[in-house]
Design a protein around this ligand. Sequence first.
Ligand SMILES: Cc1cc2nc3c(=O)[nH]c(=O)nc-3n(C[C@H](O)[C@H](O)[C@H](O)COP(=O)(O)OP(=O)(O)OC[C@H]3O[C@@H](n4cnc5c(N)ncnc54)[C@H](O)[C@@H]3O)c2cc1C
Length: 405
Amino acid sequence: MSAQIIDMAIVGGGIVGMAVAMTWSRRSKGSLVVLEAEDGLAAHQTGHNSGVIHSGLYYKPGSLKARNCVEGREALYAFCKEQGIPHDRCGKIVVATSEAELPMLAELERRGGANGLEGVQRLSPAEMREREPHVTGLAGLHVPQTGIVDYVKVTEAYARIVREAGGEFRTGCRLLGLARESSGLVLETTRGVIRARYLVNCAGLQSDRVARLCGVEPGLKIVPFRGEYYTLIPEKRGWVRNLIYPTPDPRFPFLGVHFTRMIDGRVEAGPNAVLAFQREGYRRSSFSLRDTLETLTYGGFIRMASKHWKMAAEEFYRSFSKAAFVRALQKLMPEIQSADLQPGGSGVRAQAVTPDGALVDDFRIVEADRMIHVLNAPSPAATASLSIGKEIVDRVENRASAARK
Ligand SMILES: Cc1cc2nc3c(=O)[nH]c(=O)nc-3n(C[C@H](O)[C@H](O)[C@H](O)COP(=O)(O)OP(=O)(O)OC[C@H]3O[C@@H](n4cnc5c(N)ncnc54)[C@H](O)[C@@H]3O)c2cc1C
């Protein structure tokens, strides 16, 4: 057993774990190890997302999402500039396509104001077409703060700074169990034992399981939702200048299929939100008996499914029917045709669900003795990563100074 005690162990080499690691390293807080189960960083949510720097428009004023998204967004723009990471503060439009969506569009405008977004502008149909000539809708919002970036590049830059400060990375190293001793924590991993004073769980799709194996009851379960994308064929990329979003359904934490210009020039359409049968499986055929049984036998899932079965069935249908996917996109852009779209990638969202069947909307960060668990960090956690990293390192510092008193 290793006798060396490391000050901080971070479980998970996605963007949240790496942001915590970089904040810790930049404050010269002591020795650090990042444990990552896969052979490289950013292998799951961080490497399979839409690459949008979110503005903070959607989130309930005062929520962790609202605060961390707004602060994190500006910190991320500054970081990208400082590190020479390609990005573009290109702005986006949100489109209402039916009378029923107008109150929600007005609510988004109000939330944007409450969250400190300046310059959000109401658009008439003609004004929308000036910005996005192929869009149709009744009304829209232009949000100038939104941008695009490659989050894998951002994560790599965080990791470079950690490495330069002497932080250690153990990839192919999965946390399996945890015990306590008087000087701290004993972590059992697939690559041996590590002793640490603090642990931060940033395990994304596995965060509830990691909490449990650390002896913390998370009070929720991660239910995986796969998001599938199409990409516009190169000849049609010009139809989307920047980002075009529908007005979201307020009952769900997903934003609805949208058009996203990526920083590498591709244009993605999607993602949908389909219940997945494997937490880290990216194909329609991906299946894990353990993951599926855990979801289907969870009371929270059963309660959620009984409330939202219609939406779930529609998403399933749209997953298998390209025509249905195209119809959803045609609400925003009637001219788009099936032949304009080719299959793209997919990602799996870690969505926390409580035992009463509620989809946890806000970020959830839970503290325990010598530990912090990030239990719900879905979108916009990539945008918000620097702010979440700061929040977590502040909390560790507060706990450490309270323990010294
Ligand atoms: C389809 C999709 C689109 C999205 N679009 C956007 C967007 O445009 N903008 C935005 O801001 N956000 C977006 N998000 C959300 C964003 O990607 C996530 O919030 C963010 O990547 C979460 O980062 P993370 O580090 O918490 O998780 P992850 O990136 O999933 O990292 C967790 C890591 O923990 C590791 N791990 C798990 N268990 C263990 C263990 N026992 N031991 C060691 N390691 C372990 C995993 O291998 C993994 O690498 C999107 C997400 C999805 C899925």
